[in-house]
Design a protein around this ligand. Sequence first.
Ligand code: GLC
Ligand code: CA
Length: 575
Amino acid sequence: MRILVFSVILVVGAVFADEHWWQHANFYQIYPRSFKDSNGDGIGDLLGVKEKVSYLKQELGLDAIWLSPIFKSPMADFGYDISDFRDIHEKFGTLADFDSLAQECKRQNLKLILDFVPNHSSDEHEYFKKSELKQDGYDDYYVWHPGKVLSNGTRVPPSNWVSVFRGSAWQWSETRKEYYLHQFLVKQPDLNYRSESIVNEMKDVLRFWLSRGVSGFRIDAVPYLFESEAVNNVYPDEELSGKTDDPDNPDYVVHTHTQNLEETFDMSFQWRKVLDDFKAEHGGDDLVLMLEAYTPLMNIIRLYGENGREGAQIPFNFEVLSNTFKDSTGKDFYDNIMRFWNVLPSGRFANWVLGNHDNKRVSTRLGVPRADLYNIALNTLPGIAVTYNGDELAMEDVYIPWSETVDPAACNSNPKDFMLYSRDPVRAPFQWDDSTSAGFSTNSKTWLPVSPYYKQNNYKLQKSAPRSHVKIFKSLVRLRKQRTLREGGFDMKLVDEDNIIVYKRELQGVSTIVVILNFHKSTRTVNLSKVFTGLPLEFEVITSSLQTNYVDGSILNRDVITLPADAAIVLEGTV
Ligand code: GLC
Ligand code: CA
């Protein structure tokens, strides 16, 4: 029996009058190498993604997908080293395949967002080859310097800057007889944003893909765009952090000259303007920017825009991702949410991110028992939800031994420590079903091994099970299309030894949604009338963690709501 006929009949997928399509959207990150292989070569591709558009849109109910890089690349950093910003890597397909994917997305009304990697190119990009040869006009496309000559005559790098992937951020070029800067791999030379030509070329790259129908970009590695300039031809050293005595470790220095420079904010605003101008000229829906910046929260807030200039609609909020762990308490999680929420400027929209291709999976990092709890939080907090592919199934990291490790972040370390750095485990193939290679590929050999446990956890199984992680995820996405989660207020409290979070999303005259997250390692009972006043007497169960016995649609008394360890529940009531 449903008591909420009123809200249930609201049109699913409707965008309300004054809403931007993105402001309450479900975004989903696809790692194309691992999502779906359409031609049996063991590597995921664009036509594979196209096959799954109906999974994404019709089954999950998502609004938008963003694809990790699909561009031409020697794959030193699995596509984050681009050798042609305007072409598709042959393993992923062709421009025609891209167009057909874009068309399919359009047909099913799923927005398509691409990864834009502006900080660096591949050293195999023609820009770099020309710059290395000092060809006219390309000379300053990268950051070049002859280095320092010591009193004993040896030449050393221009400064002590350290790459994110270990070792000096400067590499000697025998061809040009100068060092070039690379904040990431040697094969990822930094583009020089102090060159006007580069700034213009990269804006053209944005326009190229906008013309092919994309709805925006996720921008990679934003804090690294600019570095301090040389003064009297000398680059300033960074201060030692004192955190480690390993000079190859990026933590060896404090990155005041190589990260978060003022110019970075300005450039982000310029890119937003490219999108807004494009929309003004061509019409259509809003075009969005999602920015990847692991940077202090105040910088994230600045990236929304300032002094009348618009920035990104979605500067990724990594507060929760970076500060939540397996043993996090309710108070820890509450603090992680509030730290962001409290500083969110008015008129901006919150976004919540729990996973991506650079971090351990949610289920591995935060524990399978809490997988639903975190998906529930992600989807019921106010604003935008971003999910990494496979997290809807509570997929876990796949152990990949040193011998099969391919991620440069791990390969640049050693057989003892590589697991600390390896991003391969989070990038293993998607588990579709119980057939060969989990239905990811017809090939039994895939670029990274498939989980040995795929027969116990895959989409097909979860779809046919009476209850499953993905079914919970789908209920949440469905609920987000209704008005209460979109327009309702947000009031969050910590109860029961600060280890249970209860929050209320209330929309006058429509409904009240209450979410309870139990961080205790034991079963607990919550009396909602002691947490909030004026609540409806009864609530309908919308969804709850797998380990509960609640039946969706059943009615509960607000005074006694029992939840097992690590479980969460979403309730809806009308006054
Ligand atoms: C970003 C990407 C990461 C990549 C790096 C260099 O952090 O998410 O995967 O290795 O930038 O492009
Ligand atoms: Ca840079």
